[in-house]
Design a protein around this ligand. Sequence first.
Ligand SMILES: *Cc1c(COP(=O)(O)O)cnc(C)c1O
Length: 348
Amino acid sequence: MEIEKLVRPNILRLVPYSSARSEFKGHAGVFLDANENPFDNGLNRYPDPLQQKLKTEISMLKNIPTSRIFLGNGSDEAIDLLVRIFCIPTQDHIIILPPTYGMYQVAADIADVEIRQIPLTSDFQPDVEAILNAAGPQSKILFLCSPNNPTGNAFHPQILRQLAKAFPGIVVVDEAYIDFSEDPGALPLLPEFPNLVVLQTFSKAWGLAAIRLGMAFAGEPIIHLLNKVKAPYNLNLLSQEKALQAIRDPGHKQQMVQVLLEERKRLANALSAFPFVRQIFPSDANFLLVRVDAPGKLYDFLTRHGIIVRNRSSVLLCEGCLRISIGTPDENAVLLQALNIFTSAGQP
Ligand SMILES: *Cc1c(COP(=O)(O)O)cnc(C)c1O
């Protein structure tokens, strides 16, 4: 597949902003090119626009060359850039598979790009036939979220492969929750499919939602386009340094993930004992989708007790469901205690 044929013509023609620092290759000690304040406080210089140091570490962590990595201000930046790179407003469309993450729709709405919705099957897997039937030359991006938010399940690897192979546009696999899954994910498919983009993030398993750091892995042509369109200094230095620190201590992340996986099992077990719990869906993520009697009533009760969960009960295929993030052991205990009170109060 030729990626260039999918790109908006104005983006192909675009001459990106070029900073003097990125044009200069070599060694210099005196920088009088960028109108920065010269007095050193550790933050007075513009950061590396291509974040080479951080990419080198991520490259070793993921075993993917730096030329196949894009870093953004959260995965949300990559989602937004992909829509703007490939979709001509009011002409092209994206395909999403509800129920899913809300940002794909928001990014398309902002860009004035149409959205085609192909619901997941009743077991929360992509409906391959319906997707391929709906796809045409104007279908520029297919967004797959695996493990999926809010259903929690990962998509079957052979379905990801099938779609990457047969979809006529870009296939984005959003793996925000992949660290909580035993699934190998889509990274191993990258060398085979030039139209594939895999998104991961520091916002969930790494515990760094506040630094806003998302990763996109793809073939070099797509990475080149993302770099061309992004804001020149899209990642601030403090975030880059914080991420480097975290990557150099991978045991800490592993330990947090371990605890969350144990808590996921413990919480699912405990929840299943409540009379108002109808169904707990299997989760490859750090949350549980739980079908209950009277979800609105339970949601309000929890809110009154200072516990905020996500009410997904009006979302397609999630009727009656609340989405509950896995907290610390203490937080989960507080939740279970509140649910005991809810039960003994004779609710609903
Ligand atoms: C939380 C989440 C993200 C994270 O987005 P960031 O911008 O990296 O914080 C991405 N995709 C999905 C599906 C999510 O649930």
